[in-house]
Ligand binder design. Structure first.
Ligand SMILES: Cc1cc2nc3c(=O)[nH]c(=O)nc-3n(C[C@H](O)[C@H](O)[C@H](O)COP(=O)(O)OP(=O)(O)OC[C@H]3O[C@@H](n4cnc5c(N)ncnc54)[C@H](O)[C@@H]3O)c2cc1C
Length: 375
């Protein structure tokens, strides 16, 4: 089948690769450079940070994708030679700062009920695992199986794999609208006025997906949610695992750098950083790990998450618009959810029963009053 994928972020590239591997002829149409938007920006946590706030449909999706990640990365390394630094070293949730001890007890119980293994560590056990945490940290919940990845490297590997598998990636090529004929989506219109035709169009344009869906009369609620991140130059081994207190997370890199994230802001489509928000992030990081105050700030960046008010993505066909498949709205978990989304989209395109129930990810009524930014 001839398939057009709109958007060359992690979702578009991963999906295009999976479709090409099933024998389809796939083109990705990307407005800028592939993988240069939210997917490049992401912290790369491969576990939901506050699962007790998530609907069951999202937990199920996260679990399914988490289980696929090890093999997904092994395939990328084998075929591209790019190592995206997948590490499964766990995550610490300190108690006493962003989360109160009481709050964390409830959260830990809930996390266990949802299938995430979590243990309680008192301050002595915590100091053995991660020396140097701030005096406000009383104890912690420890999730030993929690992975992370370096997103820019992941995106580079996925792009290379897509090209190897025969995907035609067209960069710097804005799509202005989807095109339909006789009630069927038949292609896209480019900013040059040219139309590209396809038997199937996959919409994976991240935070911009809503406006493209709108061009064909489809209402989906995908809104940009800005996130800013700081990169600190730390020493190798200064942080043993990801530390996440709800307001702020610290993510170690193999080379000693520490990534500090992230803000959640309604700033429209404005993806610039601002000094005040970054200073606040740095102060929060210092409460968790005081040594970060003395670390040099190497750089900072911002990106736009494709947010949905109910936190659920849009994945699957649109019954009233044959020829269109959605793979968007992954909000805070789009890096984690790439393997499962690609798998579900290939199932849908092939006409197979999807490997899990996807009814919850279909277009649904929009509540424009509903806020996006809580948690
Ligand atoms: C600060 C921050 C931290 C994050 N941390 C994590 C994390 O730890 N773990 C996790 O799983 N997720 C995380 N995320 C979320 C994750 O980054 C996103 O969910 C994911 O990148 C979405 O992928 P995407 O391909 O849908 O979007 P994008 O990467 O934004 O890609 C969409 C692409 O579509 C293109 N496009 C848009 N409009 C058009 C058009 N009209 N024509 C052609 N192309 C178009 C864009 O140029 C873009 O390249 C984070 C996000 C941010 C901002």
């Amino acid at each position: 089948m001839q398939i057009l994928v709109v958007g060359g972020g992690i979702q578009g590239l991963a999906t295009a690769t999976a479709l090409a591997r099933e024998g389809h002829l796939v083109q990705v149409v990307e407005r800028e450079r592939p993988g240069s938007r939210a997917s490049w920006v992401a912290a790369g946590l491969l576990t939901p940070s506050s699962p007790w706030k998530y609907p069951q449909g999202l937990i199920a999706l996260c679990h399914a994708s988490e289980a696929m990640y090890g093999d997904y990365v092994a395939d990328l390394i084998e075929h591209t030679g790019i190592d995206p630094e997948y590490e499964n070293e766990g995550m610490l949730y300190p108690e006493g700062l962003g989360f109160s001890v009481d709050e964390m007890e409830v959260c830990t119980r809930r996390r266990n009920e949802l299938g995430f293994e979590v243990k309680h560590l008192d301050r002595a056990a915590l100091d053995a695992l991660q020396p140097g945490l701030g005096p406000g940290v009383e104890s912690a919940a420890w999730q030993p199986h929690s992975a992370r990845i370096r997103s820019p490297r992941l995106v580079a590997a996925v792009l290379k794999r897509a090209l190897q598998c025969g995907v035609d990636v067209i960069s710097e090529c804005p799509v202005v609208s989807l095109v339909s004929s006789a009630g069927r989506v038949t292609g896209v219109r480019l900013s040059t006025g040219q139309e590209l035709e396809a038997e199937c169009v996959v919409l994976s344009a991240g935070a911009w997906s809503g406006e493209l869906a709108d061009s064909i009369g489809l209402q989906i609620d995908v809104r940009p949610v800005r996130g800013q991140i700081l990169l600190l130059r730390g020493a190798v081994g200064s942080l043993a695992a990801t530390v996440n207190d709800g307001d702020c997370y610290l993510v170690p890199r193999r080379d000693g750098r520490i990534l500090v994230g992230s803000t959640m802001e309604d700033a429209g489509f404005n993806a610039v950083t601002d000094r005040e928000a970054l200073s606040r992030l740095h102060a929060l990081a210092a409460q968790l790990l005081p040594a970060t105050l003395d670390m040099e700030v190497e750089t900072a960046w911002a990106g736009l998450r494709p947010g949905t008010p109910d936190r659920l993505p849009y994945i699957g066909a649109v019954p009233e618009l044959p020829g269109l498949v959605l793979a968007t709205g992954h909000f805070r978990n789009g890096i984690l959810l790439a393997p499962i989304t690609a798998r579900l989209v290939t199932d849908v395109v092939a006409g197979r029963t999807p490997c899990m129930d996807i009814a919850a990810y279909a277009p649904r009524p929009i509540d424009s009053e509903c806020a996006l930014l809580a948690g």
